[in-house]
Ligand binder design. Structure first.
Ligand code: FMN
Length: 191
């Protein structure tokens, strides 16, 4: 059977940082069940929304930048993981720009997918969880509560035992959800 796809989208400007560490960990835990891909938004040229409202009448965004590479990846993935550090009490501007640019996908195009998130802050995560939850609700994906890690310097979060345990729980939750979905699909075929 073809493996499902899981995409981890990272909004940190820092490679080898805490957000990447936790995202790698989760993708690694999922690799037996999913074909995984990691996207660093920093590597893509992504403009913020220009508020032209083209997408009100069209099923696409008018801006032709690297989001055009990411849209198919989102559509092909069954599991979407959004990962961001907390900057000034919220997700990073890169993650925000990415979110804005998916406004045309809010009409249920992704409704069969599952979405979750990873957030890393030094101490005060402010609106981070709300922003992630709100976004996944807008996309109408099936939401699973994400994982919160604490750390400041590169890889500090590797010492956050609770975050590491929570990642394991999250991966089990995701895996069992997809096993149930597959079983349901097979039962439907037999019926
Ligand atoms: C501009 C800036 C603003 C930050 N604001 C916050 C904040 O409001 N709350 C917090 O807990 N950590 C804050 N931090 C700390 C980062 O969230 C923390 O270092 C995180 O581990 C970075 O993740 P990364 O290694 O994946 O980039 C801030 C860091 C920067 C650079």
């Amino acid at each position: 059977m073809e493996k499902k796809k899981a995409i981890g989208i990272i909004g940190s400007p820092r490679k080898n940082g805490n957000t990447e560490f936790l995202t790698d960990r989760l993708l690694n835990l999922l690799k037996d069940s999913f074909e995984t891909e990691k996207i660093f938004l920093k590597d893509y040229n992504i403009s913020s929304c220009q508020e032209c409202y083209y997408c009100m009448d069209h099923d696409e965004c008018s801006i032709k930048d690297d989001m055009q590479i990411l849209y198919p990846k989102l559509k092909e993935s069954q599991l979407i993981i959004l990962s961001s550090p907390i900057f000034m009490g919220g997700i990073t501007s890169r993650m925000r720009a990415f979110m804005e640019r998916t406004w045309h996908l809010r009409k249920g195009q992704l409704k069969d997918k599952t979405g979750t998130y990873i957030i890393v802050g030094r101490r005060n995560i402010g609106a981070g969880i709300n922003e992630m939850e709100e976004y996944l609700s807008r996309l109408k994906v099936n939401k699973i509560a994400g994982v919160l890690g604490f750390g400041l310097r590169e890889r500090d979060v590797s010492k956050d035992e609770e975050a590491l345990k929570d990642l394991q729980k999250l991966s089990k939750q995701i895996t069992s959800l997809y096993q149930q979905k597959e079983k349901l699909g097979q039962d439907m075929i037999i019926l």
